[in-house]
Write a new protein. Structure first.
Length: 319
């Protein structure tokens, strides 16, 4: 009898420990407030009501809502409360919700860095196309789903890799700014082509900056005209520089940059018109703040493209 009681007690303790190991645990993840870029688009998470909801970060892992995971994967999401199972299955169009399209949408996102009430859910089962999925971080350690506001959250890096995307984290060495970017893996040849493309843009933008400085400091109409012509040539060269064939990674930024440069070109046209009429002071007015902001915007866009898409990630521990 004593042996039986001992065995029963040991079995009971084992069962209790197992239940405790897989029980939900309250945690306090923080709101991730920087950029998530998918194939060149800054993307947001949106709930069924159309409101923006946060990315979360806990214990070195960044999380996205399961609804967003389903959209990225092109899967339908189902929940079985009896078995505590989330299922992603079927085939649907992949959806990446561009931040620009939801700029004015209602937001349920707390302040970046704010700690929220959530729970780690090792008791949840995640099934993708009839296969149970277990998640790991880059160190190979288990990562479990989160539950926040009655929504299941899954680790971003694992979801990105499930759709055969390259996922990396980048942080500016000086600014308090970071980015998670997700992209179709590029070959070495493609990366070299992209780098060559961006270096060409940077070279032309440097010429544009030099011409813009010359326009501001010119003390004769002829010097203004010469610098205006150089600025115009640099803008034309930037617009005519073709993206590498088959790579649309920079399409969004290129479109934004060209739109802003068109505004700069419109100011240059007014500079030429004023100079033709002998109105140098009026010409100077058209290379003011609006002109300089347009030039700076172009440079920032090119630098952003280069650092987000070509630099090696500084760390992968936050994925």
């Amino acid at each position: 009898m004593k042996i039986w009681k001992t065995c029963f007690f040991a079995a009971l303790c084992s069962a209790l420990m197992t239940c405790m190991a897989f029980a939900a645990t309250n945690v306090a993840p923080v709101v991730y407030g920087d950029s998530v870029i998918v194939e060149g688009h800054e993307v947001v998470c949106v709930n069924e009501g159309g409101a923006k909801v946060p990315y979360l970060r806990y214990n070195g892992t960044t999380y996205i809502p399961v609804r967003t995971a389903g959209e990225w994967m092109g899967k339908q999401v189902a929940w079985d409360g009896a078995s505590q199972t989330v299922t992603l299955s079927g085939t649907a169009d992949q959806i990446f919700r561009d931040e620009e399209d939801y700029y004015s949408a209602p937001s349920e996102i707390p302040k970046a860095g704010f700690a929220v009430h959530a729970a780690i859910r090792p008791d949840l089962t995640i099934v993708v196309d009839a296969q149970k999925k277990n998640f790991q971080n880059v160190q190979g350690e288990p990562v479990y789903p989160l539950s926040y506001n009655d929504v299941t959250y899954l680790p971003l890096r694992n979801i990105g890799e499930m759709i055969n995307m390259e996922v990396a984290w980048w942080k500016h060495a000086e600014l308090d700014e970071e980015c998670i970017y997700i992209r179709t893996p590029m070959t070495t040849a493609q990366k070299n082509a992209c780098e060559s493309y961006l270096n060409t843009l940077l070279t032309q933008n440097q010429k544009l900056n030099q011409a813009a400085t010359g326009l501001r400091t010119a003390d004769t109409a002829q010097k203004m005209k010469t610098n205006a012509e150089q600025a115009e040539a640099a803008i034309t060269a930037i617009k005519q520089t073709a993206m590498p064939a088959g790579i649309q990674l920079f399409s969004v930024q290129k479109e934004q940059m060209e739109k802003k440069l068109s505004e700069v070109k419109a100011e240059l046209d007014l500079v030429f018109a004023a100079l033709d009429n002998g109105q140098m002071e009026k010409a100077k007015q058209h290379v003011g703040e609006k002109f300089q902001l347009g030039v700076q915007f172009a440079e920032n866009n090119i630098v952003t493209m280069k650092r987000y898409y070509l630099q090696k990630p500084t760390d992968t521990n936050l994925l």
